[in-house]
Ligand binder design. Structure first.
Ligand SMILES: Cc1cc2nc3c(=O)[nH]c(=O)nc-3n(C[C@H](O)[C@H](O)[C@H](O)COP(=O)(O)OP(=O)(O)OC[C@H]3O[C@@H](n4cnc5c(N)ncnc54)[C@H](O)[C@@H]3O)c2cc1C
Length: 450
């Protein structure tokens, strides 16, 4: 059944050169980069704070997979991290600290200033779910507010919403999940606990949390835990001397369409039950956690993948495995894949070969293996003044499990922001920007390119 919605007119509350929708890693990269080009930039974010999954889902660990590798971050990400460190140091983290972990509450505060200092205006509580199209261009973006719909006009729009809500509204074709059944990776509702015996858990300088995580996985596989969540891993984030573990990445709901409200509702409730079970389990089974208390649950269930839009180029796992070089390269990133089994089927070897999808596909960084991301996977089909960024760029499902990394998302955002600047200044559509100029701008921003 369908019902017609009456046409409405909306006030145009802002006009910008570049409009970035979504203030997660990709949106921060895009907004700061476009701001540095001296453009009038507006950033819209549905939450009341920036950071996307880093803050909303407590993913403070960001670059943990780069530990003990020759890789380090660059561009906007490295500036963000350096500025944060100067202000907040090691985030009270007493675990071995390589690489850096943020305190996501401090990061929320820091990001306001970091993004404003690039001359960017931010509007929070701005959920975008509609556009006005004219001649294959987005003429205006519609924000749903408490006061009804309002509009923003911009020369170029960068979609950094993770799920690609702007591109979706504009009718850009997309794929979602794995090819066989369109299942995405599970949604996760992270949580924090207080009341752990931090001194005991770090006694003699040994990080016992890592050992607890390893033992948990063995016990789960041996059928010993009795827990109902199908997640086998138990990664912990920061631990403070005051007895807080600030990130427990455990409750996972499987088979959720990240864009369907009934699925999302099921996921939220299911994960809350898993949290209850796990906190009880921790207090009974883990050393130093006898007095553990649930202290907070993340803002909402968060996702690693959802829509992937059809762009001028689709980055594939084959490109990544063969280290394909692109003339339009805008990011070089350590080659790794991390895809939690979409169907919770954990028995396979989890290898990338044959795109098996059995088990958790996890290939850590090996040596200095890397892959390139081309500019044309940020340029969508169909709409002339739109750019993609972050986890919804044009790529296949397994490739997405590499490009979804937080600092990679910030790099694709940074490239989109720089491209928007060149496009507007030279009066050409994003698809026609001078690639050599784009690469030069990125290099001057500290992005490492060949
Ligand atoms: C539990 C979990 C653990 C993870 N662990 C790691 C890790 O350790 N390391 C790592 O590198 N990556 C990790 N990831 C992946 C990583 O967090 C994401 O891939 C990354 O955050 C994607 O960045 P993004 O900017 O594209 O999207 P997001 O982080 O999803 O940000 C999107 C932003 O847009 C906003 N938004 C969404 N829709 C709208 C709309 N319609 N209107 C306005 N605003 C909107 C959101 O509120 C959000 O702020 C993890 C993900 C999860 C869920």
């Amino acid at each position: 059944m369908k019902i017609d919605i009456a046409a409405k007119s909306a006030d145009i509350i802002r006009e910008a050169d570049v409009l970035v929708v979504g203030g997660g890693p990709a949106g921060i990269g895009a907004a700061v980069s476009a701001g540095q080009a001296g453009l009038k930039v507006l950033l819209l974010e549905k939450n009341g704070f920036l950071g996307g999954n880093i803050t909303a889902s407590y993913v403070e660990t960001c670059n943990y997979f780069m530990k003990n590798t020759p890789f380090h971050s660059c561009g906007v990400y490295s500036r963000m991290e350096a500025g944060y460190r100067e202000k907040f140091g090691r985030s009270q983290d007493i675990r071995p600290n390589a690489p850096h972990r943020f305190n996501s509450e401090n990061l929320k505060i820091y990001l306001d200033t970091f993004v404003h200092s690039a001359g960017v205006e931010i509007l929070f509580h701005s959920f975008v779910n509609d556009v006005v199209l004219k001649n294959n261009r987005i003429e205006a973006v519609i924000i749903q507010t408490k006061q009804g719909p309002v509009a923003v006009k911009a020369g170029i729009v960068i979609d950094s919403t993770g799920d690609g809500d702007v591109a979706y509204s504009a009718g850009v074709p997309f794929e979602q999940g794995r090819d066989t059944d369109h299942l995405c990776q599970p949604g996760t509702l992270s949580f924090r606990v207080a009341g752990v015996n931090a001194a005991l858990l770090m006694e003699n300088g040994e990080d016992k949390l890592a050992e607890i995580g390893r033992k948990y996985k063995q016990d789960y596989r041996a059928g010993k835990t009795g827990l109902t969540c199908k997640r086998q891993d138990l990664p912990f984030g920061r631990m403070t001397a005051g007895g807080q573990i600030s990130y427990v990445n455990y409750p996972c709901a499987y088979g959720i369409d990240p864009t369907d409200i009934a699925d999302l509702s099921r996921g939220e409730e299911e994960c809350r039950q898993y949290i209850l079970e796990m906190v009880k389990y921790m207090s009974k089974n883990f050393v130093g956690m006898e007095h553990v208390e649930l202290s907070s649950i993340a803002t909402e269930i968060c996702f690693r993948d959802s829509r992937r839009f059809v762009g001028r180029y689709k980055l594939t796992i084959e490109d990544m495995e063969t280290d394909r070089w692109f003339d339009d390269v805008i990011a070089v990133y350590p080659r790794f894949y991390d895809m939690l089994a979409p169907d919770a089927e954990m028995d396979g070897d989890g290898s990338v070969e044959g795109k098996g999808y059995k088990g958790h596909i996890y290939e850590p960084i090996e040596g200095n293996r890397s892959f390139q991301i081309p500019y044309f996977s940020l340029v969508p089909e169909k709409i002339d003044n739109l750019l993609l960024s972050g986890r919804s760029i044009s790529c296949d499902h397994v490739a997405q499990s590499g490009i979804r990394a937080i600092s990679a998302c910030m790099q694709t955002g940074e490239a989109a922001g720089a491209a928007a600047g060149i496009s507007l200044k030279s009066g050409v559509a994003p698809v026609d920007v001078n690639i050599a100029e784009l690469q030069n701008v990125l290099r001057t921003q500290g992005v490492i390119l060949p």
